[in-house]
Design a protein around this ligand. Sequence first.
Ligand code: HAM
Length: 427
Amino acid sequence: MTALTAVRGMNDILPEATPRWRDLESVVARLLAARGYQEIRLPLVERTALFQHSIGEVTDIVEKEMYTFTDRGGDSLSLRPEGTAGCVRAMIENKLLAQEGAAHRVWYAGPMFRHERPQKGRYRQFHQIGVEAFGMPGPDVDAEQIVLSARLWETLGISAVRLQINSLGTPASRLAYRERLVVYFSRYERDLDEDSQRRLHTNPLRILDSKNPDLAELIAAAPALPDSLDGASRAHFAELCALLEAAGVAYTHNPRLVRGLDYYTHTVFEWITDRLGAQDAVCSGGRYDGLVARLGGRETPAVGFALGMERVVALLEDAQIASPQLVPDCYLVWAGEGLAAPALELAEQLRNSSGLRVIQHCGGGSFKAQLKRADRSGARFALILGEQEWATGSVQVKPLRADQPQSTVPLTTLPAWLAQQDIGSSR
Ligand code: HAM
């Protein structure tokens, strides 16, 4: 049989890459914990209706990109294309928002699935870290999340990102804007492409997102969203801008930023980069005040964002930021009659008492062959245990990364000897 390959657009993350992923996850987890965000773990599969009612029926995601199937019980289910819908469902279902005044900060991480055309930075299985705050209506928490994302870039050493923000206003001002757009684009209906003609009556805001260069001029001359905002929406946005300025977070106001999901109100934002080709959004989100009630919960304001982990990892690689390495400290080479149990015990003892990373050689072979593996493992020292060493209660310690002589070290003083070499101290 010819070897099977992975599904197109679904990537393996190989051992050489996973330390970087783990490091990214732990940096984000630390920043979130410091701000009171708690982790929530959610199913990968939800009812299809959940995504239709939240992301919106007339969005690219729901119309064309979902992995939807009927399960054996006859239910229509979908692999989650994003995390917000499932998170809101879980918050409502588990009654976390049932009490008046409830406020929660949560985050999640994991794979999302969209049947998009794969290209650099765009995959069919990709990973997000998502952050959501419930029960807080003001721009203070919008600012908290944007400042948190800015802090993340700073912590990671990523500088090739820029922040764009916009306000979609209240549902009422969004509706007023929608009507103005319909009037405007209807005048040019014949000039629109097929997608935009269809959207004209279903979701005209999405025409502004069109990547068709033939429409660029028409879109540039369309009525601007800020003119349709009511007083409260303007005040919310102005306060957010003031808070970002006070926090020293640079942004541009992009009045055409509308986002591809229908649930947003007021603030929307996107961190974009010009380092990843067409896939320029690295981290995006916004406020979604109406969604909890729309999905059957109590009226609850909410705001959140998600970052695309593949894109952040690509930016780290692009900036040549060193990836942490998970190399062992010692590789235990051993051979000899009756030494299997002592070797096992020695490796365990070093791991337990000194917290060292110790690979114990498995699979037999000559000392020479074992030492070759020790070298390939990246370990700093080979510990050599043969019959003679065992008889005298010692090991040979062979430095593998430096041109230093081999030493004989008694087993009783080995932990102290290794500690003196300053290994294992960097974690
Ligand atoms: P989104 O803009 O659809 O928003 O996705 C968030 C991020 O996920 C994007 O900025 C991008 O970095 C990454 N991403 C999206 N699609 C792909 C793909 N096909 N391949 C690789 N990366 C991708 C949401 O998903 C919202 N749930 C964000 C949110 C949370 N809004 C409020 N709370």
